[in-house]
Design a protein around this ligand. Structure first.
Ligand code: 3PG
Length: 203
């Protein structure tokens, strides 16, 4: 909860190899967005996490953590939090053993209930836009007043404010400011746009 309270927009990074990791980490820190969720979807992801973790000003986590083994590998690489697209008790338990904060994904009331039952107080809402967007988060929050949400999936500079306006939303995640093919100048420009979104939301 503290991680996402402190970082209302979390860049979701897909890196094909580690070569861009250090520069991208520096760009995020320099742009005032010192956090990255590096998705475990590419062969170079763990090496990229290890590279980024050497930047002490950057809080690096692992995304797309699907198995307990991946949670362990991510922690060993230096990840300081883990994000999963769905709710896996096995992954949550492993993260608990590792002392690794974990944010599992939910998209329905039944899944929020299951997350509460295993003691979670914050969940990712995924895939946010196709699961009903900000109105769906508001509807879930009306029922689960004690649960906080980190919507991710389809979020952009244009709609992030709709989510950040909700008190139940801790933060939003997204890849819109770190497109896979963009150069660093473009990424810096997009990060500037994120700062404007955060300021407009009063976060
Ligand atoms: C994730 O891993 O959370 C999503 O792939 C990020 O979604 P986006 O690319 O639509 O922002």
């Amino acid at each position: 909860m503290k991680i996402f309270e402190a970082h209302p927009v979390v860049p979701v990074v897909v890196l094909d190899d580690e070569s861009r990791a250090a520069d991208l980490g520096r760009a995020l820190v320099g742009g005032g967005l010192p956090i990255a969720e590096v998705t475990l979807r590419t062969p170079g992801a763990l090496a990229a996490i290890a590279t980024m973790a050497r930047n002490r000003d950057l809080l690096v986590g692992a995304g797309t953590v699907l198995t307990p083994e991946q949670a362990t590998a991510a922690a060993e690489a230096g990840a300081r939090f883990a994000v999963c697209p769905g709710l896996s008790r096995a992954v949550v338990e492993r993260c608990g053993m590792l002392g690794l904060p974990v944010l599992p994904g939910v998209a329905t009331a039944t899944e929020v209930l299951a997350a509460r039952e295993i003691g979670l107080k914050a969940v990712k809402f995924f895939p946010a836009e196709t699961s009903g967007g900000a109105p769906a988060v508001a509807a879930l929050a009306a029922v689960f007043g004690d649960m906080r949400f980190v919507p991710t999936g389809g979020i952009t500079a244009a709609n992030a404010g709709d989510y950040l306006a909700l008190p139940s939303v801790l933060a939003v995640g997204g890849s819109w400011m770190v497109p896979r093919s963009a150069d660093l100048d473009r990424i810096q420009e997009l990060i500037g746009g994120v700062r404007a979104v955060i300021a407009a939301a009063g976060r």
